[in-house]
Design a protein around this ligand. Structure first.
Ligand code: DSN
Length: 413
């Protein structure tokens, strides 16, 4: 039976959310609009079975086709990223990172990552997360003046702390990651280097951000951000990582199952396989390039309107605005923009004098609006709307009407 007959309440809410997405600009940089093909695989009968274990070595029967799907997903990931090993079973980014710690560390070991308020992720050792509760976490950050990663301080900290593992990659860092600098520091202290490319995986495979594969030992990523797949994650081991530790694949596999997870979500894995095929196409390369062009165009237009951008601009898909000169909090800006139909995150800025729930900044990005076909010309219009709404609350309803009309020209995939 169709959903609208069997459960009209849920069907209606999904329809409402579709309408919201169609008439709003999704500018949270970790979000995107997946393709109908990805969603078809995700909503398929593959959701019905358990498949604990790995292809060829399962604890459940009836998995002939599940095995083929998971192997295909692995092969596509290995080819696309240029790695010899991948595990495609993590439910999402946090369990993927957790599995990496499980694979190579013991509770109480020292680990190192970028602090959350400086743009890192919770799982990179932030104090309220398992990564700081079960491990001894040393946190590096950015330079207060430039907003760029302070490698000098980071190196000093690594030498003192001697971490077993160093995480690099971030959720709110608008610049290129200089992988070789991280690698040099990790090598100097004998740490595993893990590049978490969740935000930028789609940029890496489209060649608009350097790949960490020759520098890191392990690479983790989610699959639903710039990569434009379903929610999910992957853990990859590189040639370099295998040279350092030939047991890495077994350690990672064991950490995911049975260490951390039970049955993998094979409908998700099939949808990841579909997204990896899409991400291998020439049109995806064009998409990645356009994300950056849009981001840079939007940053320029915001700068012209007196916005203060952390690091002064962007090299990737996201922009972090310090709103203090606009006399509005990140929270209030998020609320106003949402009312107008622009969805962004309130976000802490490095060295934020304000608390995380009332931070001084907003984080916004271009992956989803680029998927809808918007280009540099549209970024100018969007910057104007952002400016209007932030400067004058009374402009919200007019901007809302304009955005609704504008969105009709850019249908969801
Ligand atoms: N929650 C993600 C983000 O929004 O950046 C990070 O995992």
């Amino acid at each position: 039976m169709k959903l609208n007959k069997s459960d009209p309440q849920i069907a209606k809410l999904i329809e409402k959310e579709k309408e919201r997405q169609e008439t709003c600009l999704e500018m949270i940089p970790s979000e995107n609009h997946s393709s109908p093909a990805v969603r078809e695989a995700l909503g398929s009968i593959l959701t019905d079975k358990y498949a604990e274990g790995y292809p060829g070595k399962r604890y459940y029967a009836g998995l002939e086709f599940y095995d083929k799907i998971e192997i295909l997903c692995q092969e596509r990931a290995k080819k696309l990223f240029g790695v010899p090993f991948v595990n495609v079973q993590p439910y999402s980014g946090s369990p993927a990172n957790q599995a990496v710690y499980f694979a190579v560390c013991q509770p109480g070991d020292t680990i190192m990552g970028m602090s959350l308020p400086h743009g890192g992720h919770l799982t990179h050792g932030w104090k309220v997360n398992f990564s700081a509760k079960f491990y001894n976490s040393a946190q590096y950050g950015v330079d207060e003046k430039s907003g760029l990663i302070d490698f000098e301080k980071m190196e000093q900290l690594a030498k003192e702390a001697k971490p077993k593992i160093i995480f690099c990659g971030a959720t709110a860092y608008p610049r290129i990651f200089e992988w070789e600098k991280f690698a040099k520091i990790a090598e100097s202290v004998g740490a595993y280097l893990v590049a978490d490319i969740a935000h930028i995986a789609g940029l890496v495979v489209s060649g608009v951000h350097p790949s960490p594969v020759s520098f890191a030992d392990v690479v983790t990523t989610t699959t639903h951000k710039t990569l434009r797949g379903p929610r999910g994650a992957m853990i990859m081991a590189t040639e370099k990582g295998l040279k350092k530790d030939p047991e890495l694949p077994q350690k990672i596999n064991k950490a995911i199952f049975p260490g951390l997870q039970g049955g993998p979500h094979e409908n998700n894995i099939a949808a990841i396989a579909v997204c990896l095929k899409e991400a291998s196409s020439p049109s995806f390369k064009k998409y990645g390039k356009q994300i950056i062009k849009n981001s840079k165009a939007l940053a320029e237009e915001l700068l012209v309107r007196g916005f203060n951008l952390v690091t002064g601009g962007t090299d990737n898909h996201l922009i972090l605005i310090d709103l203090r000169n606009k006399k509005i909090s990140g929270k209030e800006a998020q609320i106003r923009l949402e009312k107008a139909g622009i969805t962004v995150n309130k976000n802490t800025i490095p060295f934020d004098p304000n608390p995380p729930f009332e931070p001084s900044g907003i984080r916004l990005g271009t992956p989803a609006i680029t998927t809808r076909g918007m280009k540099e010309k549209e970024m100018k219009i969007i910057a104007e709307w952002i400016d209007k709404v932030i400067v004058d609350e009374k402009s919200i309803s007019k901007v809302r009407q304009e955005i609704k009309k504008f969105c009709r020209k850019f249908p969801l995939p």
